[in-house]
Design a protein around this ligand. Structure first.
Ligand SMILES: NC(=O)c1ccc[n+]([C@@H]2O[C@H](COP(=O)([O-])OP(=O)(O)OC[C@H]3O[C@@H](n4cnc5c(N)ncnc54)[C@H](OP(=O)(O)O)[C@@H]3O)[C@@H](O)[C@H]2O)c1
Length: 262
């Protein structure tokens, strides 16, 4: 396998950490991200098989400035990115909460930060691929571009989470109709992690299973832009995700929200 330069967010636990292990073993050059400062994750980094260099860049996506700083740091570390894996994610909190930037926190961490990173790294991604780690929960969600912050619609942790994942899939499909990086969206399976257990209770497959699905999406030779894979198999995204008018409305609203950063 050709060694690639891969940026992986949310590499400090769960599916992301298992993905980092698989990618490191294959000799890819990795730029890993997590919300914790480096000393807190040093033991994890030390355990990674590392035939190739591994960089770590911290950033809490509850602060969009830190997502922008991550992109800037990646630009200092490398002139080219083959794959950006937008894996970082959080469950919806018990009650609606706002980020430092004033956005509903789940929507910001799971979606806005991923779009910001994708846009900022686009110049480095020429010919490369972006993997949005979304979720099959997007199938149950609906998104109103006039109420992305869930001010008027009812809030629940699972509603906030599923909407953020629907937004990721919609972004991948919107981008496939426009010039820019090729984005593949995936649902990694139902995987035993802190995030799953916080919202849906016990259960789930081992993290290595989800990681293999992420690695497949990141490294399979030909995956057309806008592909959606559910547990490793091509699948049809939800109805609203495929709706061009809804995609355009989300895009316009997203551009407004991210204007200070783009
Ligand atoms: N588990 C499943 O069944 C499942 C199903 C569908 C989709 N997914 C998606 O898979 C991805 C990985 O989730 P997981 O299940 O592996 O959960 P996880 O173990 O909780 O890992 C999530 C990763 O995101 C990081 N993160 C959390 N909040 C952050 C913030 N504010 N800023 C920056 N990074 C942050 C976490 O950091 P810490 O290490 O500090 O927690 C961790 O590295 C997520 O996008 C999730 O939505 C998971």
């Amino acid at each position: 396998m050709t060694a690639r330069t891969i940026v992986l967010t949310g590499a400090t636990s769960g599916i992301g950490l298992a993905t980092a292990r698989l990618l490191a073993r294959s000799g890819h050059r990795l730029i890993l991200h997590g919300p914790e400062p480096r000393p807190a994750v040093e033991p994890l980094l030390a355990e990674l098989p590392a035939p190739a260099p591994i960089d770590y860049v911290p950033g809490d996506f509850g602060d969009l400035g830190q997502a922008a700083a991550l992109a800037d740091r990646v630009g200092e570390l490398t002139g080219h990115v083959d794959v950006l894996i937008n894996n970082a994610g959080r469950p919806g909190p018990p009650a609606r909460s706002l980020s430092r930037d004033g956005h509903e926190i789940t929507f910001q961490v799971n979606y806005l930060a991923a779009v910001l990173l994708t846009e900022r790294l686009a110049p480095l991604l020429r010919g490369g691929r972006v993997v949005h780690v979304a979720s099959a929960t997007h199938l149950s969600a609906s998104l109103d571009a006039d109420d992305l912050g869930l001010e008027r619609h009812p809030y629940s942790p699972t509603i906030a989470y599923a909407r953020s994942k629907l937004a990721m899939v919609m972004h991948a499909l919107w981008q496939a109709r426009h010039p820019g990086p090729a984005i593949v969206a995936i649902s990694p399976g139902v995987i035993s992690t802190g995030l799953l257990h916080a919202m849906y209770g016990a259960g789930g497959a081992p993290t290595g299973h989800g990681a293999r699905n992420v690695v497949q999406a990141a490294t399979a030779p030909s995956l057309p832009a806008g592909t959606y894979l559910d547990d490793g198999e091509p699948a049809r995204p939800g109805r609203q995700a495929r709706d061009h008018t809804a995609q355009d409305a989300l895009r316009q609203a997203t551009t407004r929200l991210l204007r200070p950063w783009l």
